[in-house]
Design a protein. Sequence first.
Length: 203
Amino acid sequence: MAIVATAMLSACRNDMHVQPKILPLSHSDFFQDGRGSRTPPPGTIARGQLRDDTYLYTGMMSGKPGNVMPFPATREVLERGRERFDIYCAPCHSRLGDGNGMIVQRGFRRPPSFHEPRLRQAPLGHFYDVMTNGFGAMPDYAAQVNAQDRWAIAAYIRALQFSQNAPANVVPAGQPMPSPTVQAPSTPTLPPGAAPGVPERKK
Ligand code: HEC
């Protein structure tokens, strides 16, 4: 009797790992079209995806690229911008923004220098837009760099532009003008017989 009761009780158990649920894209008889996955009702916004700040996400003000930051460009923002710029943009644009990055040196189309007058005058929203939607041969970086970071990069590009066009009176005393060109590191010499780029196999 006790054994039968235990067996019956355990049959009623419904652990969380066997909870009744519809797995993604699986069949369901509950709905007329037989699909388990439902189309979200119009206007549904997933958690964390409410984009109520239009300027932050488009960089546009009444259809034109704006020239203000959607949040203050603090030191942290600029440092974050530099970090992201060096990762995502410098391979083509170079750390200096002159368009001479490594990928360009290996044959990719050379982007314009950020220090040319047209881009020095371009509003911040233009840089944001180029990163968000791409520009000519340049792919967009919306998937790799989130909106806040794209603005941080735009702010950092402004700092880069200033760094190459700063008037003498804002340059610290003792610093030669223009700044001495940073020497590119020389290619390390390989031991004879070593194939470049192929590390030796550890035995
Ligand atoms: C794979 C190489 C590559 C990378 C990486 C890249 N760009 Fe570009 N970028 C280009 C090229 C090439 C152009 C010129 C495109 C053309 O004129 O067709 C360009 C153009 C631009 C322009 C100038 C648009 C104009 O008005 O002329 C801006 C601004 C810019 N890129 C910003 C960025 C930023 C910011 C990043 C990093 C998030 C970035 N790019 C990453 C290749 C790259």
